[in-house]
Design a protein around this ligand. Structure first.
Ligand code: PLP
Length: 357
């Protein structure tokens, strides 16, 4: 085609496989267990009614609310359009294209690698140990050449485990001064004692990513946070867009961080953790289940006999889970987000039906 513009596209983008988000994969269901969202909405009404003015770049009220929630100072916090924007901004600010590298440790969240690919930054894949899903420190240490950022997801998505605190601290020590360790704590509310926030005061190379999309049940507003030494926050403030957080988002996010709303969030976490334990117990009784990995988050990774048939059957019944079979070490695995009690029971019901066929 003469008028095609495809030849203008950067070569690394031309061949890019975009992130296969739950929304992109689609499905026709009424039970959505594929994006680790909260099954029950938290209801808010916007207070603001006029929108003719631009918002603040970094809304003070929101920074203050989050600083209060995590026990940090205002200058240690950046608000972003979801934690995903934090992942991207770090690469933008710290990695020279075709020169620097990032490390990430699959099986894990795909967006670290996708953002590096978009920015033309080398990706060093250092897989975790199979089944324990702990990071391979020795291998990381041998591959630090050119590395500026090391992304670690904790609790890890999709395996659900906690990464050893001792290992993270070791990593912070051996990289101090030449690389940054980014801990993605998107699910940390489900295992709050495992947060690394306390260590920010000891390690200037520690960065923590947070979000309101999971435990706070606000995936729709797209609001996340980067927590780090103020020197790093200042750098990120140089590369963030001028008005990243809309007025409405700030309005709702501030409400979600009130003392009462935080209490509700913590109760929600308790309920979901109970649902998770119930679901695990029920799955253990089913012969099609090969292995259930321990989880400290609002999803579980399960290895099945006939995983494809199960995935398809659930799909047809309107129960949408996430296939992980294509990922390293995750053959025959599905990731199931923890839903409401009735959603979990429906899931068990349908898997039981299949196990009798
Ligand atoms: C969901 C998720 C995110 C993205 O969070 P948003 O704030 O919705 O962008 C980041 N990291 C991990 C590991 C996630 O699972």
């Amino acid at each position: 085609m003469k008028d095609s513009i495809i030849h203008l596209v950067r070569s690394n983008i031309k061949n890019l496989q975009p992130y296969q988000s739950a929304r992109r994969i689609g499905g026709n269901g009424n039970i959505w267990l594929n994006a680790n969202e909260c099954p029950i909405p938290s209801l808010f009404t916007a207070n603001i009614t006029s929108f003719n003015r631009y918002p603040e770049c970094q809304p003070k009220s929101l920074i203050l609310s989050y600083a209060n929630y995590v026990g940090l100072l205002n200058d240690q916090i950046l608000v972003t359009r979801g934690a995903d924007e934090g992942i991207e901004l770090l690469i933008k600010a710290f990695c020279n294209p075709r020169e620097d590298a990032i490390i990430y440790c699959p099986p894990t969240y795909d967006m670290y690698a996708i953002n590096a690919k978009i920015a033309n930054v080398e990706i060093k894949e250092i897989p975790t140990f199979k089944n324990t899903w702990q990071i391979d420190l020795e291998n990381i240490q041998h591959n630090l050449n050119k590395v500026k950022l090391i992304y670690i997801c904790n609790p890890n998505n999709p395996t659900g485990n906690i990464i050893s605190k001792k290992d993270i601290i070791h990593l912070l020590k051996i990289t101090l001064g030449f690389a940054l360790v980014v801990i993605d704590e998107a699910y940390i509310e489900f295992s709050s004692k495992d947060s690394m926030v306390y260590f920010l005061k000891h390690y200037p190379n520690l960065i923590i990513l947070r979000t309101l999309s999971k435990a706070f049940a606000l995936a729709g507003i797209r609001c996340g946070f980067t927590l780090a030494h103020k020197e790093i926050i200042n750098v990120l403030n140089k590369v963030i867009s001028p008005y990243p957080i809309s007025t409405i988002v700030t309005d709702i996010a501030v409400q979600s961080l009130s003392t009462d709303a935080i209490k509700i969030m913590r109760n929600r976490v308790l309920t979901l953790n109970l649902n998770r334990n119930w679901l695990i117990n029920e799955l253990k009784k089913i012969s099609l289940v090969k292995k259930i990995y321990n989880s400290r988050a609002n999803y579980i990774l399960v290895k099945f006999h006939m995983f494809e048939k199960i995935f398809q059957h659930l799909w047809e019944k309107g129960i949408i889970v996430r296939n992980q079979h294509h990922k390293i070490y995750l053959k025959e695995c599905l990731r199931i987000s923890i839903g409401s009690y009735s959603e979990c029971s429906r899931l068990i019901e349908e898997i039981k039906i299949l196990s009798k066929i």
